[in-house]
Design a protein around this ligand. Structure first.
Ligand code: GLN
Length: 260
C-alpha cells in the first residue's frame, strides 16, 4: 500500500517570511523521495478546518500586522480546535511569528497584546532592538541551522520544553540559551531559512512522527542529502561569524527586510 500524508499550509499569504513556504516544499519533496504521496492543502482566515484530519500542519513567520489578523482568527473555537489536534498528536511546525502565537500571548514593542493559542507554555514580549543573524542550535537528534529576525523575546514557562540549546545566535530571548519549544508532536522555533531544506534530518523527523501517527510505523528511505548538508554547514559557519560580530540590531537600522 502506498502511504500518503496530508499537509496543511496555514495562512500561506500572511505568514511567510524569508521563504518559510520552503518548509512545505521540502516536506513535499522529501515525502516523494521517500515514496510517500504528499497531499498539500492551504487554508487561511475564516476557514472551517478539521485540523486533526491532517498529518502535518505548517505555519510560517509574520510581521506584527499579520500576526494581529492571525491572532484574531485563532481566538475562540479555531484556536481550541488547533490545540485539540495537537493533543491528538498532529505534527505541527510553527516558525517565529506563528511560534509566538502558539504561546500564551505576544506583547509587541508598541504595547499591543496578541492572545495566543496556548499550545506552548510560553510568553513573548517585544524588546529593544531586533535579534538578527544566523543561528545554530543543538537539538535532540541533531543540529539545527537557520536565520532569525525577531523583536519578540520569548520566555518559557515551567511546563515548556525547549527545542534546543543555542550554540551561536540568540534563540528565544538572547539570555537563557534556549531556542524554540516542543509539546507532543508540535514544534515552535525562531529558525527561518527556511528551516527544513537546510535541516533534512528534522524534516524527516516530522515525516516520521506523522507516519507513526497515521500508519503505526515510520520506515524511511536513506536519501542523498549532500547538497542540503552543504547548506546546513554553511549556515552554521555564518552563525559563528555573526556571533563573533555580536550586537543586537537597533530599530531603524534595518531596511525593508525587517519585520515587526
Ligand atoms: N513580528 C514578530 C517579531 O518581530 C515575528 C517576526 C518573524 O516572524 N520573523 O518578533
Amino acid at each position: 500500500m502506498r502511504r500518503s500524508l496530508r499537509i496543511l499550509h496555514l495562512y500561506p499569504e500572511l505568514m511567510n517570511l524569508y521563504g518559510d513556504r520552503g518548509n512545505v516544499l521540502a516536506l513535499r519533496a522529501r515525502c516523494r523521495w521517500h515514496g510517500i504521496d504528499p497531499r498539500v492543502e492551504t487554508a487561511s482566515l475564516g476557514a472551517r478546518i478539521d485540523y486533526g484530519a491532517y498529518d502535518v500542519i505548517v505555519i510560517g513567520g509574520g510581521q506584527d500586522r499579520e500576526q494581529r489578523l492571525v491572532s484574531r482568527d485563532l481566538a475562540g473555537d479555531r484556536g481550541h480546535a488547533l490545540a485539540a489536534a495537537v493533543e491528538d498528536g498532529v505534527c505541527l511546525l510553527a516558525v517565529c511569528g506563528a511560534y509566538q502565537l502558539l504561546g500564551k500571548y505576544y506583547v509587541t514593542a508598541g504595547g499591543e497584546t496578541f492572545p495566543g493559542v496556548g499550545v506552548f507554555d510560553l510568553v513573548t514580549e517585544g524588546g529593544d532592538g531586533r535579534l538578527v543573524g544566523h543561528i545554530a542550535v543543538a537539538a535532540e537528534g541533531g543540529t539545527l541551522a537557520g536565520f532569525e529576525n525577531h523583536g519578540g523575546r520569548t520566555t518559557l514557562g515551567p511546563v515548556a520544553r525547549p527545542l534546543g540549546k543555542v550554540l551561536w545566535g540568540y534563540g528565544n530571548n538572547g539570555r537563557d540559551g534556549t531556542e524554540g519549544a516542543f509539546y507532543r508532536n508540535a514544534f515552535g522555533t525562531y529558525l527561518h531559512g527556511p528551516l527544513l531544506p537546510g535541516n533534512p534530518w528534522f524534516a524527516d523527523r516530522l515525516i516520521a512522527l506523522a507516519l507513526e501517527r497515521r500508519y503505526g510505523e515510520a520506515e524511511l528511505e536513506v536519501l542523498d542529502d549532500q547538497m542540503d548538508l552543504m547548506a546546513h554547514r554553511e549556515v552554521i559557519r555564518q552563525s559563528r561569524l555573526d556571533a563573533r560580530r555580536g550586537s543586537v540590531r537597533q530599530p531603524g537600522k534595518e531596511t525593508g527586510a525587517s519585520p515587526r
